[in-house]
Design a protein around this ligand. Structure first.
Ligand code: PGA
Length: 256
């Protein structure tokens, strides 16, 4: 369990739609989405593609927060194709994914970029959801702890002082979009490592940081993953595109 104090981080269930759903499909999703988002249940976050952000902000039910999948670290400037934290905020986003493995591995985002993005998000009042996770090769080489701790430490490097107003997602790269899910034991080990480092850095405030698991989460495995120690929520890609499946996962997260 998350420490002896009894204080536990909020439960958060997040949908990463990646490059799926235009504005009309975004509206349809929210008309079909039936999970209860009342106070006291899991907090629900949805990360649509940037061009569907306004549609999501307009169509979401109360209690659902909307975020962007990526931000640039500068506030403004000649960066064609990029979105800054102030622009995302102005468009209605309250959260930002930072360092998703597809950004790191397909678009060459470095730990240093991730650190600057974390700082930019917090500077402008966007809650960052920092993604960390090892590749299959790193896992097979026994380097899971080293990799996730390096990613966490580097991501927090540019923050002014100790901040606990962010979220983490542990997403083993080999489990994303592959149908392979980490076992609850794998997840517990990685989440425990991350929680330990948060305690070293933040003391009691470590209990304010929700650590989500992501990687082929489905309605069928959500409950078992939520039962693992130090799992405070789920980051869902493929299964979040279907309003019923995502609602089932939100319901499963209520079980913690
Ligand atoms: P997946 O994606 O659920 O489709 O594996 C998770 C993610 O990339 O955040």
């Amino acid at each position: 369990m998350s420490g002896g104090s009894g204080r536990r981080p909020p439960v958060v269930v997040a949908a990463n739609w990646k490059m799926h759903k235009d504005p009309p499909a975004t509206g349809s999703f929210f008309r079909e989405f039936r999970a209860s988002t009342a106070e006291g249940g899991p907090r629900v976050l949805v990360f649509p593609p940037a061009a569907s952000l306004a549609a999501a902000v307009a169509a979401r039910p109360p209690g659902v927060s909307i975020g962007v999948q990526n931000i640039h670290w500068e506030d403004k400037g000649a960066f064609t194709g990029e979105i800054s934290a102030p622009i995302a905020r102005g468009a209605g986003a309250s959260h930002a994914l930072v360092g998703h493995s597809e950004r790191r591995h397909l678009f060459g985002e470095s730990d240093a970029d991730v650190a600057r993005k974390m700082a930019a998000a917090l500077r402008h009042g966007l809650v960052p959801l920092l993604c960390v996770g090892e590749t299959l090769r790193e896992r097979e080489a026994g380097r899971v702890e080293e990799v996730v701790l390096r990613q966490l430490d580097r991501a927090l490097e540019e923050l002014p002082g100790a901040r606990a107003d962010f979220l983490i997602a542990y997403e083993p790269v080999w489990a994303i979009n592959t149908g392979r899910t980490a076992t609850p034991a794998d997840v517990e080990a990685a989440h425990g490592t991350l929680r330990g480092r948060l305690r070293e850095r933040l003391g009691a405030a470590a209990a304010d940081v929700s650590i989500l698991y992501g990687g082929s989460v489905k309605p069928a495995n959500a409950r078992a993953l939520m039962a693992a120690d130090d799992v405070d929520g789920l980051l869902v890609g493929g299964a979040s595109l279907d309003a019923d499946q995502f609602a089932d996962i939100v319901e499963a997260a209520r079980s913690r």
